[in-house]
Design a protein around this ligand. Structure first.
Ligand code: 13P
Length: 260
């Protein structure tokens, strides 16, 4: 099991730095975060950070032995080839990376990431020994049109299509409603619970036992003052945190909010 992971369905709090962090900033951030976190065995959640490629090796070094997992924010499905600008799973595992975020809504929106490519990426990540975090979620228009479940069904079924049933529980899914990402408009705990229970039911259609073990996180404007209510929902297994993860103090407070 990669570092930063606890047995299944203990919560996970993962900070997605997006396009933030020179190496100097990343080094300072890791130092400050470690100073704030309880020892690994006393944390209420598994903890991870998703850094830009240029800071990943430094984060691995800084966080080594701390139990904080280090994740990439995307990767290509092929191991090598004529794909200028891309990075592959073996390149990530070579430098000690634990996992990778796949299908973030910003990658889908701005970089044309498709469900078809994502199903290859999820399988390639698992095959290489990386823990994938597959992001799914509806737009505001889709929610208002009553299309949330249709969208989630499509994204979850497509994204997991090439994962064998026995390995489904090794994937983490992050439900990130697009209208809540970076907007300050957090989903209500009820919306998060309903959508995540629906995602879990979709996994159960493939494999009942995996559905009980798979982690499903919520993401979208999670802050220290709203985290506890969302994390208290029975199907919510943690959070993928954007903006609030850039400040080690607020990220540490969100981790503390995972305590039962
Ligand atoms: P914010 O927490 O900034 O809304 O971002 C959420 C997110 O996209 C995490 O991947």
């Amino acid at each position: 099991m990669p570092s930063g992971s606890l047995p299944q369905r203990t919560p996970a709090i993962v900070g997605n730095w997006k396009l933030w962090g020179t190496r100097a900033q990343a080094a300072d951030h890791c130092d400050r975060l470690l100073a704030l976190l309880p020892d690994e065995g006393r944390r209420p959640a598994a903890v991870g950070i998703c850094a830009p490629f240029t800071s990943l090796d430094l984060c691995v070094e800084k966080l080594s032995g701390s139990g904080v997992g280090v994740y990439a924010q995307t990767m290509h499905q092929e191991e090598s080839g004529a794909f200028t600008g891309e990075v592959s799973a073996p390149m990530l595992t070579e430098i000690g990376i634990d996992g990778v975020v796949l299908g973030h809504s910003e990658r889908r929106q701005f970089f044309c990431e498709t469900d078809r490519a994502l199903q290859e990426k999820v399988a390639a990540a698992l095959a290489a020994g990386l823990r994938p975090i597959l992001c799914v979620g509806e737009t505001e228009d889709e929610r208002e049109a009553g299309e949330t479940e249709r969208k989630l069904r499509h994204q979850v079924q497509e994204g997991l299509e090439k994962v064998e049933s026995e390995r489904l529980a090794e994937v983490t899914i992050a439900y990130e409603p697009i209208w809540a990402v970076g907007t300050g408009q957090v989903a209500t705990p009820e919306i998060a619970q309903d959508a995540i229970a629906f995602v879990r039911a979709l996994v159960a259609d493939r494999a009942k036992e995996a559905a009980e073990r798979i982690r499903v996180l919520y993401g979208g404007s999670v802050k220290p003052d709203n985290a506890a209510a969302i994390l208290a929902q029975p199907d919510v297994d943690g959070a993928l945190v954007g903006g609030a993860s850039l400040d080690p103090e607020s990220f540490a407070r969100i981790i503390a909010a995972a305590a039962p």
